[in-house]
Write a protein that binds this ligand. Structure first.
Ligand SMILES: Nc1ncnc2c1ncn2[C@@H]1O[C@H](COP(=O)(O)OP(=O)(O)OP(=O)(O)O)[C@@H](O)[C@H]1O
Length: 340
């Protein structure tokens, strides 16, 4: 029987090997150029109008934003190719992986021999009940916490022995969108988004103004440049945090529960945004979530944690067929309509 993962990988390799005559900016401005992406969006119910990342960006700044995003998309494709070239096997090497990772806080064993991987350009959703170590896993990937044992690879590199300076280089490639946005409270929304641009120091003030304006429009918080983070709702803060993450042109984004504590419409908008970023920027993503609908929309693979152990790792389709009682209980609970 054909392994579904092998089949998906074969299709991805074929797709990558096809000669494409469109420039990245053309592809970004009109995602409908790629019939495979279009049909994928159609089957997932994403309206055509929402397909292009830059469709909501005003005309005066659209060229600058399209160019900026095109550079990011090109860089991510190049990173994926570089990682693929590291491996002599037919299989594409992971961009991120946990290999037999354990972590405890005193007597509390949070993770015990956990393994998973995310290939370049793919999205992994980490599911599980509260307190099972989902956020701890993300913090270890960012180097904020160290594993007790096992191997962690990020951006194709083993980061376990990395010092803070080396981790800072990794954090230029991999960025995290925290639940509360983790914005700088004392500076405006616009300055928050401009922060990574200033750090890079490659753009002048006018170019930065255009990118900031365009990114805020792209994530659905147009015209909020001069507000302070405290003026924003939770969902808006998260959108701004995504805009700030994009300003650093990352290869991968880790999202910690992007749709919790926001209304259903905001959850839908954030989900669609993450989906379009994946499709059009070839971003590698990990999404920690309790939201099965979001996982269904985004995940190439699901990793299910329970009591410190990995109880499932595979596609959503495989998860639905899983005989594991814990996975089944989680799926059944999700189907329940709870009284308000
Ligand atoms: N720095 C820390 N020091 C001590 N214990 C911690 C630390 N960080 C997390 N923990 C504990 O590790 C366990 C896992 O926490 P984690 O935040 O990863 O859970 P989670 O799966 O993300 O849960 P939720 O879905 O509720 O956010 C919890 O019991 C938490 O109290």
């Amino acid at each position: 029987m054909t392994d579904p993962n092998e089949e998906i990988e074969k299709q991805n390799v074929e797709k990558r090997s096809q000669v494409d005559t469109h420039t990245p900016a053309e592809k970004l401005a009109d995602v409908s150029l790629d019939p495979e992406i279009r049909s994928d969006n159609e089957t997932k119910g994403i309206p055509e109008a929402e397909s292009s990342l830059t469709s909501d960006v005003s005309e005066d700044v659209a060229p600058a934003v399209e160019e900026f995003m095109a550079v990011a998309a090109e860089q991510n494709e190049a990173a994926a190719e570089e990682i693929a070239a590291q491996d002599n096997n037919v299989e594409v090497a992971p961009y991120i992986s946990f290999e037999d990772v354990s972590k405890a806080f005193g007597d509390l064993k949070v993770l015990e021999g956990v393994s998973f991987f995310v290939k370049p350009g793919e999205t992994l959703c980490i599911l599980g009940r509260s307190g099972v170590g989902k956020s701890v896993s993300l913090q270890m990937l960012m180097g904020f916490l160290k594993a007790d044992s096992g191997r962690i690879r990020v951006a194709g590199e083993d980061i376990c022995a990395f010092n803070e300076k080396q981790m800072q280089e990794i954090r230029k490639k991999v960025t995290m969108v925290f639940q509360n946005g983790a914005l700088f409270d004392s500076i405006t929304v616009g300055e928050n988004v401009a922060f990574p641009l200033r750090e890079k120091g490659e753009l002048d003030e006018e170019q930065m103004r255009q990118i900031v304006k365009g990114l805020l429009e792209m994530v659905g918080v147009a015209g909020m440049d001069d507000l302070l983070p405290s003026d924003l709702s939770t969902g808006m803060k998260r959108s701004v945090a995504i805009a700030r993450a994009l300003a650093s042109q990352p290869e991968a984004v880790l999202y910690d529960e992007p749709t919790t504590m926001v209304d259903p419409l905001m959850a839908h908008l954030l989900g669609n945004l993450i989906m379009r970023l994946k499709d059009q920027l070839h971003l590698t993503s990990i999404v920690v979530t309790h939201d099965m609908r979001l996982a269904e929309k985004l995940a190439d693979r699901i990793f299910f944690l329970h009591e410190g152990k990995a109880v499932f790792f595979g596609t959503m389709e495989e998860m639905r067929k899983s005989k594991d009682p814990i996975v089944q209980e989680f799926l059944d609970l999700d189907d329940l309509v709870l009284p308000v």
